[in-house]
Design a protein around this ligand. Structure first.
Ligand code: PRP
Length: 181
């Protein structure tokens, strides 16, 4: 599949993403106004760019932790079986936690991660996803905050890969295949 030729068309610019993060951070600051130190949990690997911009815009005390859950591997379709590949370093019992996802597609990843984290009894557990593809949902999960709702397009950039490439694009792009390869 990665050998098939493709181009990437810009879909959401870096400027649009930055403006939306500013708005989202205002809402998050209000929600966690009485929080001592917020635990911001990035889901690896896709959220690493989003979480970096998000915590710098938040301007409040945060602890950054990561969890790696994977359902896709190098495939384009979800296997629906979510595995925790790397767990949090810190404890979240009694803490206020914000889970950061790059994209919610079928919802299996976020659903499973929330199930696992809830069992650890955080005081408050909220979620934010940069992108949401509601038309692909196979679970009832919904992020508390969403950057952009998008149609069922194959997107890359700003942390999101295609076969481990294109994560470092500063914008969200749409993959357009140009031939059979
Ligand atoms: C992708 C993406 C989300 C998840 C969304 O992760 O980063 O975490 O799939 O899909 P879902 O809603 O259908 O579960 P992936 O497993 O590809 O790992 P990555 O973040 O390391 O790229």
């Amino acid at each position: 599949m990665p050998d098939r030729p493709y181009v990437i068309d810009e879909m959401i610019s870096a400027k649009q993403i930055a403006a939306r993060i500013e708005e989202l951070c205002r809402a998050i600051r209000t929600e966690f106004a009485d929080t001592d130190k917020l635990v911001v949990v990035g889901l690896l690997r896709g959220s690493f760019v989003f979480i970096a911009d998000l915590v710098r815009e938040l301007e409040m005390p945060v602890e950054v932790d990561f969890l790696e859950a994977s359902s896709y591997g190098n495939e384009m379709e979800s296997s629906r079986e979510v595995k925790i590949l790397k767990d949090l370093r810190g404890q979240i019992e009694g803490r206020d936690v914000l889970v950061v996802e790059d994209i919610v597609d079928t919802g299996y990843t976020l659903d499973h991660v929330l199930h696992v984290l809830k069992s650890r009894k955080p005081r408050k557990l909220k979620t934010i996803a940069l992108l949401d593809k509601p038309s692909r949902r196979e679970t009832s999960v919904r992020a508390d905050w969403t950057g952009f709702e998008i149609p069922d397009e194959f997107v890359v950039g700003y942390g999101i890969d295609f076969a481990q490439r294109n994560r470092n694009l500063p914008y969200i792009g749409k993959v357009r295949f140009t031939g059979e390869g």
